[in-house]
Design a protein around this ligand. Structure first.
Ligand code: SAM
Length: 223
């Protein structure tokens, strides 16, 4: 199947700035919510605060991001996932409707590996909405902790799905190395991720490096 046409043009370079502005808006919003709910602890711990901030931002932005990526992600996932599935960094579960049994009848179990607890309620709701309530289990740890905390055995997984999440995971190269052995022989890894531009010597490469400096959480740009 031919890939969908690539978006191009200078205006695309401005999109990350729009994303950063949206996410910045959620900083005061998160502080206000934490103060008014008397939840002061995340205000003294940046990592905790980041989780609250991201959960609020992604609950709003996740469906918009999915709309944008759908022409590429839908054909990748639909009818392609089977058996025991590891859904890495599912966020609020924007892609779960693609795992519905009508489209993927051979799915038997899905582990949604999502460390941000602030996203779990919406993730569960989306699993139920997709008719996957009985097979979707949320694993509340990072992908890098799956071996030690998640209890997933080596060679037991048929499909791994990573959609727009390796950029959020610390040490993505190591996580990829650790996840591979969990796949059964002949298992499949479905990937849709941001990557470093191949135009490193051109303006777009410099622009991407600048954005990575401004927003260091998106570490895949530095691969
Ligand atoms: C940009 S969001 C994408 C969410 C979802 N895949 C989507 O496309 O709507 C990245 C997700 O990766 C999750 N994440 C961050 N660190 C992670 C880790 N160590 N292991 C697994 N997921 C992680 C975040 O909590 C977040 O939900």
């Amino acid at each position: 199947m031919a890939p969908p046409p690539q978006e191009s043009g200078p205006s695309n370079l401005l999109r990350p700035l729009l994303l950063l502005s949206y996410s910045a808006f959620y900083i005061p919003h998160t502080i206000f919510t934490l103060l008014t709910t008397l939840n002061f602890r995340p205000l003294t711990n940046f990592s905790d605060f980041k989780d609250h901030w991201f959960a609020r931002f992604w609950t709003w932005f996740g469906s918009r991001a999915a709309e944008n990526a759908a022409p590429k992600v839908t054909p990748l996932i639909q009818n392609n996932a089977r058996g025991v599935l590891l859904d890495i960094g599912p966020g609020s579960g924007q892609w779960l409707f693609l795992f519905a049994r009508a489209l993927n009848p051979s799915i038997t179990k899905i582990y949604g590996v999502e460390p941000n607890k602030g996203l779990h309620a919406e993730l569960r709701a989306n699993a139920v909405k997709a008719g996957l309530g009985d097979v979707y289990e949320i694993v509340g740890c990072g992908a890098e902790e799956l071996g030690s905390k998640g209890g997933v055995e080596k060679g037991s997984v048929d499909t791994i799905v990573t959609v727009q999440c390796l950029c959020s995971i610390p040490g993505p190269q190591r996580v990829i190395r650790d996840l591979y052995p969990l796949l059964k022989p002949g298992g499949k890894w479905i990937v849709y991720e941001h990557v470093r531009t191949k135009f490193q010597e051109e303006f777009v490469g410099t622009w991407q490096r600048g954005l990575s400096f401004l927003f260091p959480f998106s570490n895949s740009w530095m691969w």
